[in-house]
Design a protein around this ligand. Structure first.
Ligand SMILES: CSC[C@H]1O[C@H](OP(=O)(O)O)[C@H](O)[C@@H]1O
Ligand code: HPA
Length: 253
């Protein structure tokens, strides 16, 4: 049985997938520029793993070539993408280490190229519907996998994407909260939008690594704090991915 590779996009704190068997790094040229990913097998099924900030986390969130990354995955035969985004919590009920399976987003970015559709293609002007951009069936797979491995994950969450690379002001976070955001990040958009435009099924796990600006204690957000939460909690995300892939492998065989 032919299985299309599962795409995994991860960012801060997730630079290697040790579980990948026979990993091969590929640098590919797309119509939008270069992208780099690692092909391998996980539980026997093909996986394409892409670190969105590039080798050694060298690309800041506002300069990630989101179009090249998504185009490269689509060109590599990927049809389903599970993304990981680390975030600051806006909902005061959330704590560092908490997980959410996102179901909507707010776009506070500026200055990013956010679409493949510039009107020059044969389809002319295109307006893509992004209701359900986080694919319901793929979300279900994440939630089921979390349940199997016993990791708590909130079913749903609104991701507010800011331009970065600076963290937000407390006022920006209050605005996002008023608009219904649960978590803040810098990379989820336009990644999810481009995935939809490219016809990919996309879902995202958000790992909270700090309270967003002005939420809770007024301490500055530090990389030390974020690194400590990642060290304590990234295994939860990997366990969910492992079960999701294992379940797919079981059904593929
Ligand atoms: C290290 S804090 C800011 C950084 O972390 C998030 O990364 P990612 O979305 O790639 O998981 C955030 O968006 C920023 O890029
Ligand atoms: O507080 C934050 N804001 C935006 N992006 C983030 N990524 C991790 N924490 C944060």
């Amino acid at each position: 049985m032919m299985t299309t590779p599962l795409g995994i996009i991860a960012g801060t704190g997730f630079y290697d997938l040790d579980a990948l068997e026979d990993p091969v790094v590929e640098t590919v040229e797309t119509a939008y520029g270069e992208a780099r990913f690692t092909r391998g097998r996980w539980h026997g099924i093909p996986v394409v793993f892409l670190t969105r900030h590039g080798a050694g986390h060298s690309v800041p969130p506002h300069l990630v070539n989101y179009r090249a990354n998504i185009r490269a995955l689509a060109d590599a035969g990927v049809r389903d993408v599970v993304a990981v985004n680390v975030t600051g919590s806006i909902d005061p009920e959330l704590e560092p280490g908490d997980l959410l399976c996102l179901d909507d987003f707010l776009d506070f970015t500026k200055g990013r190229v956010s679409t493949f559709h510039d009107g020059s293609g044969p389809e002319g002007v295109v307006h893509v519907d992004v209701v359900g951009a986080y694919h319901p069936e793929l979300r279900r797979e994440i939630l089921d996998a979390a349940s199997v491995v016993g990791e708590a994950i909130r079913d749903g969450g609104v991701y507010a994407c800011f331009e970065g690379p600076r963290f937000e002001t407390p006022a920006e976070i209050r605005l996002a909260r008023l608009a219904g955001a649960d978590v803040a990040g810098m990379t989820g958009v336009p990644e999810v939008v481009l995935a939809v435009e490219a016809g990919l099924r996309y879902a995202a796990i958000s790992l909270v690594v700090n309270p967003a600006a002005g939420v809770g204690a007024q301490d500055p957000i530090t990389m030390d704090e974020i690194t400590a939460v990642l060290a304590a909690s990234s295994a939860k995300v990997l366990a969910i991915l492992d079960d999701l892939v294992h379940t797919r492998a079981t059904f593929a065989s």
